[in-house]
Design a binder for this molecule. Structure first.
Ligand SMILES: *[C@@H]1O[C@H](CO)[C@@H](O)[C@H](O)[C@H]1NC(C)=O
Ligand SMILES: *[C@@H]1O[C@H](CO)[C@@H](O)[C@H](O)[C@H]1NC(C)=O
Ligand SMILES: *[C@@H]1O[C@H](CO)[C@@H](O)[C@H](O)[C@H]1NC(C)=O
Ligand SMILES: *[C@@H]1O[C@H](CO)[C@@H](O)[C@H](O)[C@H]1NC(C)=O
Ligand SMILES: *[C@@H]1O[C@H](CO)[C@@H](O)[C@H](O)[C@H]1NC(C)=O
Ligand SMILES: *[C@@H]1O[C@H](CO)[C@@H](O)[C@H](O)[C@H]1NC(C)=O
Ligand SMILES: *[C@@H]1O[C@H](CO)[C@@H](O)[C@H](O)[C@H]1NC(C)=O
Ligand SMILES: *[C@@H]1O[C@H](CO)[C@@H](O)[C@H](O)[C@H]1NC(C)=O
Ligand SMILES: *[C@@H]1O[C@H](CO)[C@@H](O)[C@H](O)[C@H]1NC(C)=O
Ligand SMILES: *[C@@H]1O[C@H](CO)[C@@H](O)[C@H](O)[C@H]1NC(C)=O
Ligand SMILES: *[C@@H]1O[C@H](CO)[C@@H](O)[C@H](O)[C@H]1NC(C)=O
Ligand SMILES: [Cu+2]
Length: 630
């Protein structure tokens, strides 16, 4: 082996031979719109590419390697950022990516260097923009950390497989209609198709008698998918970077941002080809347009001259692998009773501007005036006081090495995949679907329940309708960590909290890079101060970004529907209802009649908003799809 001087000195400095082969992966990436892509084969549109091309490259690295990505913002009007999903970013929370949480958004024409060491993690990860829902337009790819030791399971070939949903319109256009009083129920836009490896009708050419290690990653921004194959099975060996005891299944259910690494062993007979199906979880769609293809057929190709199979049907989609029952290969007993329990209730509702928002404990996340990490770094002793982070950041301060339990009660009728940055968590409990109950079922502390001995661990977990889950982790990674729904529409609606883990440890051990500071400076964002950018008095939050006022008492989403009817001409209204699914609301005419009285109140709120809009727009969200002003 030949070492250059830098590597050789590293070798001397370290007792670990693995470091000797540590590589530096350097990239100079410019994110921008590129024209003329047609991933689903039905519609050509611009996508967000890198250095003029799409898709973004899949990265393969090893633990201990260094990654240096210079991200240049090549957009004309959008900010940007990059998140490495699932990486712990130990002592380096500034590289995690979400704007106004751990960094300033990178302004058009500006850059930021993402520079970090690949942590002691293995398996399937991915990277994506954490700004303005840009990853829905294609700013995303796989990030695989290869094992430096022997892989625990035998395989012959390694393959990446990304899945996602796809829209013909860009996310910014869709967001304007989504975060809108004319969409009072918060119905998410319906995608046009599912993508399989960034295309459709994908042919995966295989060799006979071969075991493939397939990294399956849902890089989508909204819908979960069912995956199943004709006459082949998946053997799950790793989820979200955690090796598990092998589990063989015919069907996977994968939410956005989750990863399943599986073994697929091919047949000896090469005469025939097989279907590899992907199916929308259509429970997540508010309406199902007649022309939406819910099942997409892809191909496992043994013989390129033989016919391709037609759609493969299964009797039931209910028998997918329940990830709750997977058992990690590295045993970690369930943590004991937590030191700190955080109970968060999820709800979706309208605020006084008529728009439908998402809430944790009645708070919709609104970006502070400076990134929360800035506040941590500059607040001195006040950094342990949650108040300095503002009323709309929903910050929780965790002490070093505490065992944290998050109890998440879903008062909404939808499923939501939640992601915790900076950690994997133990899944202590996930209750059944209570979607058919009249009222949501919350976690009941006094009802006895036994956690699994060695709970499953991962970084994205879905909660079932009107149900709850409980997760635990140890606060052993000082940093500022976002916890949010990975459905980008819901993040735009504010479904997030921020965990501030060991703020004193962050202050003592972490230094903001020049490049990080420059991203703030070039976007005119201060690098000191509380959520209101006040650096004189950290407890004075006047001027902070806040959510809209609540709707007047007794006023409901139905009243807004009424407003829609009274404001829009018949034809336009009908188009809108068709697209956004308001037609689903039963007894709509009666309800409009009931709510019409409240219309005036809404209009008043309107006028007030106009006065305020002379102030500069401040409250861009971490997904920044929608502008939220105070
Ligand atoms: C990155 O690429 C851009 C565009 O090609 C170039 O102008 C710039 O000098 C490069 N920067 C570095 C550090 O290589
Ligand atoms: C996939 O097949 C459909 C139906 O034949 C076709 O309309 C579409 O263009 C194909 N897409 C791609 C990317 O090949
Ligand atoms: C980009 O960030 C700056 C600084 O926060 C903000 O003023 C601007 O509105 C943002 N741009 C967009 C398109 O959100
Ligand atoms: C990345 O960080 C390492 C460690 O601090 C440093 O040695 C290296 O120079 C940095 N890379 C760049 C391109 O600045
Ligand atoms: C997906 O695309 C990648 C990159 O082009 C390729 O290496 C891989 O084999 C493809 N996977 C499948 C299942 O077709
Ligand atoms: C591949 O398919 C063609 C067409 O059906 C057939 O003639 C050929 O024998 C097949 N090859 C193998 C190796 O099975
Ligand atoms: C989609 O797949 C499911 C499961 O195989 C099947 O029941 C359903 O009929 C399929 N729908 C269409 C339109 O093919
Ligand atoms: C495999 O998953 C099933 C649930 O789908 C579970 O009952 C079983 O215990 C799991 N087995 C292993 C070894 O993980
Ligand atoms: C949220 O608001 C409702 C209604 O005002 C109230 O009953 C509830 O206690 C609040 N929840 C939290 C966690 O503050
Ligand atoms: C919670 O569980 C306890 C013990 O089983 C039971 O007595 C109580 O009624 C439950 N509370 C609710 C709100 O269901
Ligand atoms: C700083 O980091 C070192 C190494 O990770 C750790 O031992 C030390 O406790 C940290 N200091 C503080 C104040 O957290
Ligand atoms: Cu959600």
């Amino acid at each position: 082996m030949i070492f250059d001087r830098k590597q050789a000195s590293l070798l001397v400095a370290s007792a670990f031979a693995a470091v000797a082969s540590a590589k530096t992966h350097s990239y100079n990436w410019t994110a921008s719109w590129v024209d003329g892509y047609n991933p689903d084969g039905l519609f050509e549109r611009p996508v967000i590419g890198v250095n003029g091309e799409w898709p973004w490259p899949d990265l393969k690295v090893k633990k201990g390697d260094r990654v240096e990505i210079l991200l240049n913002n090549g957009f004309e009007t959008s900010n940007t950022s990059l998140h490495f999903h699932g990486l712990f970013q130990r002592d380096n929370t500034q590289m995690d990516g979400p704007p106004y949480v751990t960094q300033c958004p990178i302004a058009p024409g500006e850059s930021m260097l993402y520079n970090f060491t690949v942590p002691d993690q293995v398996g399937s990860f991915w990277y994506h923009s954490h700004s303005e829902s840009q990853y829905g337009d294609g700013m995303r790819a796989a990030f695989i950390i290869e094992d430096t030791e022997d892989y625990p399971y035998d395989y012959d070939e390694e393959v990446i497989l990304t899945v996602a949903e796809w829209y013909h319109k860009d996310v910014k256009t869709l967001t304007k209609d989504f975060m809108n009083r004319y969409n009072p129920t918060g119905a998410e836009p319906i995608p046009q198709n599912l993508l399989f490896n960034n295309t459709r009708n994908n042919s995966w050419v295989v060799q006979p008698d071969t075991t493939y290690l397939v990294h399956i990653i849902n890089v989508g921004a909204f819908v979960s998918q069912y995956l199943y194959m004709e006459d082949h099975t998946f053997t799950v060996v790793e989820i979200d970077g955690i090796y598990v005891e092998k589990n063989e299944t015919e069907m996977l259910y994968i939410t956005v941002a989750q990863r399943y690494t599986v073994l697929i062993t091919t047949k000896s007979d090469t005469s025939k080809n097989y279907a590899f199906m992907q199916k929308f979880d259509d429970d997540m769609l508010d309406t199902i347009p007649g022309d939406l293809l819910l099942n997409s057929t892809n191909y496992i190709v043994y013989n390129e001259t033989a016919d391709l199979p037609t759609e493969y049907f299964v009797d039931s989609i209910d028998d997918f692998l329940d990830d709750f029952y997977l058992e990690p290969l590295t045993k970690e007993a369930a943590y004991d009773e937590p030191d700190y329990q955080i109970v968060i209730d999820v709800a979706m509702d309208n605020l006084g501007d008529g728009v439908n928002y998402a809430f944790f404990n009645n708070i919709t996340w609104i970006a502070p005036k400076v990134p929360t990490l800035t506040t941590v770094m500059s607040a001195g002793e006040d950094a342990t006081n949650p108040l300095v982070y503002g009323n709309n950041v929903n910050a929780f301060v965790l002490e070093k090495d505490e065992v944290i339990e998050i109890v998440l009660n879903n008062q909404d009728t939808g499923k939501h995949p939640f992601h915790l940055h900076g950690h994997v968590f133990q899944v202590i409990e996930r209750a059944q679907d209570y979607g058919d109950e009249a009222v949501p079922v919350a976690y009941n502390e006094s009802a006895p329940y036994d956690a699994p001995e060695y709970p499953m661990r991962r970084d994205v977990l879905y909660v079932r309708p009107q149900s709850y889950f409980r997760i635990r982790f140890k606060a052993d990674n000082p940093g500022v960590w976002f916890f949010h729904c990975h459905i980008e529409w819901h993040l735009t609606q504010g479904l997030a909290i921020v965990l501030i883990e060991d703020p004193e440890g962050i202050q003592a051990n972490q230094t903001l890079s020049e490049s990080w500071l420059n991203a703030c400076k070039t976007n005119n964002i201060p690098t000191v101060g509380n959520a209101a950018a006040n650096s004189q008095d950290y407890l004075d939050l006047s001027g902070e970004n806040k959510q809209h006022k609540a709707l007047p008492a007794g006023f409901t989403a139905r009243g807004i529907v009424a407003l829609v009817f009274s404001c829009i001409t018949g034809v336009l209204g009908c188009i809108f209802i068709g697209v956004y699914g308001m037609a689903d609301i039963p007894d709509i005419d009666q309800r409009i009649a009931m709510d019409l009285g409240a219309e005036d109140a809404l209009l008043e709120d309107d006028e007030e908003e106009e006065e305020e809009s002379s102030a500069p727009e401040t409250g861009a969200s971490a997904s920044e799809g929608a502008s939220k002003t105070n």
